[in-house]
Design a protein around this ligand. Structure first.
Ligand code: TRP
Length: 413
């Protein structure tokens, strides 16, 4: 008998590529990782192409983030509608989230938040961040008290990314849903509009899953609607939402986009990222449960150095001679892939790619450069996190009005 996880893997497996991508499992049979072009076809999203990037630059008047330029955020749903709104000086808001399943956040967890911070700065818009402590209670062997505590701990790492306290609301499902009538009403509306058959098809739930899991997608869908945050949007129900997330979260928002018209609500737009590869290579993503697969935000400089040197899968030749003769393969080289995510210097990255491919740059040197980049990023994060107090966390997590100015919005205050 196949286990539930096996059934789900089968259901969400791309027959052509052997890739499994769902909210609970990401793996690929190829050393290069998931075939993202095939995933776009399978999910029915759109590729972020040059024309869209140019339009973003035109509308914002600044260069796009390196994660967009380098194809890390590679897929979208209706980003053009968000840009239309911006051009007409109409508002929108950002929504992203985190499932607080462990205290140990790793580098991969930072990616959506670094990018969301850039979006918030660039578009100057409000942001809501959902901490799904209820989800992790339902899926993991953790108590509600534990996941709620983790939500507050993880909020510190999120705050350390630099979000504007006047424009950001971080909320725990356990705390906020019980206090906000409108949020709960939207949840009920969504629960009534989706059948068990539909979530079975989207998420692979089975009869033996607890009913909490089966109705959870309605909870992740709800923040896509501005009416669920009356204190922020003055009860306006039609403010468009943009969700930056890793593509494994897309099933939730496919469902959300399906229900929106039934409830006469706006469909959320999305920006999807690729996965941050494990140290061992792109067949799997970084996982908090395997310490040797990840660089944690709490790792010391020495741990970072040792992990990269010891575990980062190399696309270089097995000997210096072979490397110089045949060159390295950047597409599978983990150190190069990490540089692509985190080094901001385009010209240096291009130079590394050329020299590594030709075999002029050795793996050891590439790793050394990466170690410096990561030690700096994690060192700065460590310092910023240490400055985040419990009072600040409470302030970010307090339902309140956000600073939110738009000429075309009728604010009642
Ligand atoms: N389910 C996500 C996780 O486990 C958390 C989440 C909630 C989320 N809402 C979101 C992620 C919106 C991205 C966008 O990590």
């Amino acid at each position: 008998m196949a286990t539930d996880a096996e059934k789900l893997a089968k259901l969400t497996m791309n027959e052509n590529s052997g890739d499994v991508v769902n909210p609970w499992n990401v793996s690929s049979s190829s050393q290069k990782g998931v075939d993202y072009d095939k995933l776009i076809n399978r999910f029915g999203s759109s590729k972020i192409d040059d024309a869209l990037l140019k339009r973003m630059e035109k509308v914002t008047g600044k260069p796009v983030h390196h994660m967009l330029r380098r194809g890390i955020f590679f897929s979208h749903r209706e980003m053009n509608l968000i840009l239309d709104a911006v051009e007409k000086d109409k508002p929108f808001y950002l929504y992203t989230g985190r499932g607080p399943s462990s205290e140990a956040m790793h580098l991969g967890h930072l990616i959506p938040f670094i990018f969301t911070k850039w979006l918030q700065d660039t578009f100057d818009v409000p942001l809501v961040i959902q901490m799904t402590d209820d989800e992790k209670f339902l899926w993991k062997d953790l108590t509600l008290e534990e996941t709620n505590k983790l939500a507050h701990e993880n909020a510190k790492d999120i705050i350390a990314c630099g979000f504007d306290i006047e424009k950001t609301f971080i909320f725990s499902d356990i705390e906020y849903i019980s206090s906000c009538r409108e949020f709960y009403q939207y949840m009920c509306e969504i629960q009534k509009s989706v059948t068990f058959n539909q979530v079975k098809g989207i998420f692979g739930f089975t009869e033996s899953d607890c009913i909490g899991k089966i109705s959870f997608p309605a909870i992740q869908a709800t923040p896509s609607f501005s009416g669920a945050f009356p204190q922020i949007f003055n009860g306006q129900k039609d403010i468009p939402c943009l969700i930056p997330c890793a593509i494994d979260q897309d099933p939730y928002f496919r469902m959300t986009r399906d229900v929106a018209p039934k409830l006469k609500l706006e469909k959320p737009a999305l920006l999807h990222s690729t996965f941050f590869p494990a140290l061992q290579g792109a067949q799997s993503k970084m996982s908090a449960s395997d310490p040797n697969s990840s660089i944690f935000l709490t790792d010391t400089d020495k741990q970072i150095k040792d992990k990269i040197n010891k575990y980062a899968y190399s696309g270089g030749g097995s000997t210096v001679e072979e490397h110089k003769k045949k060159g390295g393969d950047c597409a599978v080289d983990v150190a190069f892939q990490y540089m692509k995510f985190f080094s901001e210097d385009d010209s240096r990255l291009q130079q590394i790619e050329e020299e590594y491919t030709k075999g002029e740059l050795l793996t050891g040197h590439l790793k050394k450069e990466l170690i410096e980049v990561l030690q700096k990023i994690i060192g700065e994060h460590r310092e910023k996190r240490a400055k985040v107090t419990d009072e600040m966390v409470n302030e970010f997590m307090k339902p309140r009005k956000l600073k939110y100015e738009y000429k075309s919005v009728k604010t009642k205050v």
